[in-house]
Design a protein around this ligand. Structure first.
Ligand code: ATP
Ligand code: RIB
Length: 309
């Protein structure tokens, strides 16, 4: 099937330690270890594919064991795979998860940083309904991909995660849907004294006004356990998070949201509100399981949760 969703982005091998509390500087503690496939791009592609979207992933890995495992994993997910091999180690992430399901992450980009325009099949991008990028590959590559998509009338979705010092706001000229979390949104607004605390204190009307200042068709701010806020020219919408959920690990919740949103956008013919509800349900289910890509839910589970609501 021709992919309607193309995710261009990172693969990281996630090396995760669970612990009661994060160690303080200079402290050593004992935790439990697990490793598995991760990376924002790959996680989003897995979320979109499991949510029922015909999905392609364009990424880069090293010629090493992690790279070979990545390829096997993504193929088994039924994803149309375009994986470049680089003479660099496969990207990786050191993740700590505490007993409240909160995380701290350090990543090494490795091969992801070398993903280049020549690795991205232009016809794949032009033939898609939705193209998704994040910030774990080259930001100039993202601009190239979005320009190609825009010329072909393909919807572009930017998840500016993690926010980077070399972010060039000119990519917003080619962005249809911007999906930051609270920290990324505060950085993007870049206003003196504007913090996550002040963001949380804003009325929906004032948050909408701030979102509109980007002059993009759609801005969706993910708000963690509160849900998400959708701002469009014609108005705004707050979608509360699903309640009564046992939170095990929130790592990758943002990726689940973006992947689920992309699948919803492709399925519901560009309906932003319906796609955001789809993303919200995908993310809620993902936090009930440990890990990132492995925690992405199946389409049936997402639709069941949406029906319960
Ligand atoms: P991460 O960096 O851990 O992947 P993030 O910071 O990018 O996450 P968040 O804004 O924390 O993203 O969460 C993304 C989405 O996940 C939220 O918009 C919401 O839909 C869902 N979510 C997060 N935490 C919870 C929770 N405790 N209960 C239900 N849904 C949640
Ligand atoms: O968003 C979660 C992801 O961030 C993890 O899989 C890790 O690889 C980092 O990229």
């Amino acid at each position: 099937m021709k992919p309607s969703i193309v995710v261009v982005g990172s693969f990281n091998q996630d090396l995760t330690w669970s612990c009661a509390e994060f160690p303080s500087p200079g402290e050593t503690i004992v935790g439990r270890f697990q490793t598995g496939p991760g990376g924002k791009g790959s996680n989003q592609a897995v979320a979109a594919a499991r949510a029922g979207g015909a999905t392609a992933f364009v990424g880069a890995v090293g010629d090493d064991g992690f790279g070979r495992e990545a390829e096997a994993f993504l193929r088994a997910e039924g994803i149309d795979l375009h994986l470049a091999r680089k003479k660099l180690p496969t990207g990786n992430a050191a993740i700590l998860v505490n007993r409240r399901g909160e995380n701290q992450i350090v990543i090494a980009l490795g091969a992801n940083a070398a993903l280049a325009p020549r690795d991205v099949p232009a016809d794949l991008v032009r033939g898609a309904r939705v193209v998704v990028c994040q910030h774990e590959t080259s930001l100039t590559l993202n601009a190239h991909v979005f320009r190609t998509a825009r010329r072909a009338g393909v919807t572009t979705v930017l998840n500016p995660a993690p926010m980077r010092a070399d972010f060039d706001p000119r990519i917003l000229d080619y962005t249809d849907v911007l999906i930051p979390n609270e920290t990324e949104f505060v950085t993007l607004v870049n206003r003196r004294g504007f913090t996550e605390k002040s963001l949380r204190a804003l009325s929906p009307h004032d948050l909408h006004r701030l979102c509109r200042a980007f002059e993009l068709p759609t801005v969706i701010v993910t708000l963690g356990a509160r849900g998400c806020f959708v701002s469009q020219h014609r108005g705004h919408l707050f979608i509360p998070a699903h309640r009564g959920i046992k939170v095990v690990d929130t790592t990758g919740a943002g990726d689940a949201f973006v992947g689920g949103f992309a699948a919803g956008l492709a399925r519901y013919d560009g309906n932003i509100a319906t796609a955001a509800r789809y993303g919200n349900a995908t993310a809620a289910l993902s936090v009930t399981k440990f890990g990132t890509a492995p925690s992405m839910p199946a389409q049936r589970a997402i639709e069941k949760l949406l029906k319960q609501k």
